[in-house]
Ligand binder design. Structure first.
Ligand code: DC
Length: 209
């Protein structure tokens, strides 16, 4: 069974994906980390984020990298990832790795922006997780503060809006629900309720292979 979870930044999709993976004993890939790690290579070597050749070789070299999640999950890397993710050649360089992961015999849970539309269009379960920009900004501010970053709500809300716009308006694999995705709005749900709703959606998809 492939479970595809898509949605905008801080919608709760990562937590839901992780918990579904644990519940069903499936491997989980947070595909945002691939774009964040690509951006990190460019920033570390002092390259511009829009240098297509450098960005593609960074994306291709990722398998060799140690994913230092703490730094990858910071605010700067989320922004930078959204910029490199708009480069079609970077997306092309990362497709195979994601499709191979999705094709594991026991199945997989992947979360990102284009899993149900591009990476795994045949996924048995597709959930598009969303929430209001204000709620997402509150969650992101809490999360970043918990990580020790000093952030204010207004600038995080601005980041979220900018990122939504960049991710939704790019030409290649824009953020949008697949036609057969179920929409899960987590604005008024805590994590337990959101997970329960996601689980019900998986169960409603029918018997699991
Ligand atoms: O999910 P995230 O916040 O870690 O993702 C960071 C950025 O990476 C996001 O703004 C857009 C990009 N991304 C993407 O374009 N496609 C994916 N499948 C996952 C992330």
């Amino acid at each position: 069974m492939i479970i595809a979870i898509d949605g905008p930044a801080a919608s709760g999709k990562g937590t839901i994906a992780r918990r579904l993976a644990a519940h069903f004993g499936l491997p989980h890939l947070d595909t945002g980390l691939l774009y964040r790690a690509t951006a990190r290579v460019l920033l570390d070597e002092g390259s511009r984020l829009d240098d297509v050749d450098k960005a593609v070789s960074a994306a291709r070299g990722l398998a060799l990298l140690d994913f230092d999640e703490e730094r990858l999950r910071g605010r700067e890397m989320g922004e930078a990832a959204s910029v490199v993710a708009a480069i079609p050649e970077v997306r092309a360089a990362l497709i195979d790795m994601q499709r191979v992961f999705a094709a594991r015999p026991q199945g997989a849970v992947l979360d990102g922006r284009d899993i149900g539309t591009v990476i795994a269009p045949a996924a048995q379960v597709k959930i598009f997780v969303t929430a209001s920009a204000e709620t997402r900004a509150q969650r992101r501010a809490l999360e970043l503060r918990g990580r020790g970053e000093r952030v204010d709500y207004a600038s995080i809300l601005e980041d979220i809006r900018k990122r939504d716009q960049r991710d939704s308006e790019r030409s290649d694999a824009p953020l949008k629900p697949a036609e057969d995705a179920k929409i899960l709005d987590t604005t008024d749900l805590n994590i337990e309720a959101a997970f329960a709703a996601a689980l019900a959606m998986v169960d409603a998809a029918g018997p699991r292979l």
